[in-house]
Ligand binder design. Structure first.
Ligand SMILES: NC(=O)c1ccc[n+]([C@@H]2O[C@H](COP(=O)([O-])OP(=O)(O)OC[C@H]3O[C@@H](n4cnc5c(N)ncnc54)[C@H](OP(=O)(O)O)[C@@H]3O)[C@@H](O)[C@H]2O)c1
Length: 308
């Protein structure tokens, strides 16, 4: 397939490009960045609605991983507006472009997140669970609604609700590692909140799998073994052979991330199961956290993860 990837310069997108090539597909990056020499690139800008009207002619599938980073900075009203609008406008622009194209994409995978469900406490939820009522739930609900416009044009639309992606090169694990490596890693709060994670390898494998799988609508991209923050802390400390005795002071997290982002990312309990993905026959490379962390931490980052 010729696969357009929006957000191809990001953590997941940059690693997805070589994965698609290895699977026999032809990826085409979509970016807001200025034109540069070499390689086939689709230029677009969700903020201005700019996209070549013929961008998707002869493209078989689109994967949208673009949007202002959720944890790039403390949340201000402006930051939150941009997080929401960059995703809604991006998906709407892609969906409308798909609907207008003559020989256009038959598959649209819209990057969403398990934040859709809000705080699920101890209850394990699948794709049929309702949306939560916090800011990230609203973001996910709105971006999925915007993407669904493409299904009216006969395109198979999948909302890939991703969990915490584990990679040495970026995201939550990369932020935690410096503290754990010097023995300052510790549980967050009471540590009872669930973290639903997926290794970067399985994230890439599942996105590639969804290009062909007979499924549409929401699909949770998480390992089958969500853990509590206490278990995550203990297992990461064990793999790194470092103590994890002291809880992480809330005040330090607030100072770094602000209260709202700290609460949304680190204290919210999201216990999610990959029911739809398993029903399509997907097989995880890393089902349990210890084997995933060992695989990620035992190899140099550049070997399988192309982001600097
Ligand atoms: N990493 C995780 O743990 C995780 C977990 C759940 C869900 N997700 C979701 O999965 C998607 C990909 O994640 P990621 O970690 O790879 O993201 P990322 O590293 O932050 O990259 C996102 C890409 O989006 C584009 N972008 C940045 N700001 C933008 C804006 N204001 N408007 C439009 N595009 C913008 C950039 O591409 P260009 O500059 O080339 O245009 C960037 O490379 C995101 O939507 C993220 O929310 C990620």
């Amino acid at each position: 397939m010729r696969v357009a990837v929006a957000g191809a310069s990001g953590l997941i997108g940059s690693a997805l490009i070589p994965e698609l090539v290895a699977a026999g597909h032809q990826p085409v990056s979509m970016t807001r960045r200025p034109r540069s020499e070499g390689g086939e690139v689709i230029h677009w800008d969700p903020a201005t609605g700019e996209i070549d009207p013929n961008a998707f002619e002869n493209i078989d599938a689109v994967i949208n991983l673009a949007g202002r980073g959720i944890a790039d900075a403390r949340w201000s009203d402006e930051q939150k507006r941009d997080i929401l609008q960059s995703r809604v406008r991006g998906n709407r622009l892609i969906a409308e472009s798909i609907a207008r194209s003559n020989r256009g994409p038959k598959v649209f995978i819209a990057g969403s997140a398990i934040g859709f469900y809000g705080d699920t406490s101890n209850s394990a939820v699948t794709e049929s669970a309702p949306s939560g009522d916090d800011f990230l739930s609203e973001v996910c609900r709105s971006l999925e609604d915007a993407a669904s416009v493409a299904s009216d044009a006969g395109c198979r639309v999948v909302a890939a609700r991703t969990g915490i992606v584990l990679s040495r090169s970026g995201g939550a694990l990369a932020q935690l590692l410096p503290f754990f490596r010097v023995g300052l890693g510790g549980r967050i709060g009471a540590g009872r909140q669930y973290w639903s994670w997926i290794s970067l390898d399985d994230e890439l494998k599942s996105l590639t799998h969804l290009l062909d799988a007979d499924v549409s609508g929401p699909v949770n991209l998480v390992s089958p073994c969500a853990v509590t923050n206490s278990e995550f802390t203990r297992i990461l400390g064990h793999v790194l052979r470092r103590p994890t005795l002291l809880p992480t002071p809330k005040i330090a997290l607030w100072a770094r991330l602000g209260r709202e982002l700290t609460s949304a990312l680190l204290y919210t309990s999201t216990r999610v199961e990959p029911a739809a993905l398993l029903s399509t026959g997907f097989e995880f490379t890393h089902s349990d956290l210890e084997s995933a962390l060992r695989a990620i931490l035992d190899r140099p980052p550049a070997q399988t993860e192309s982001r600097k």
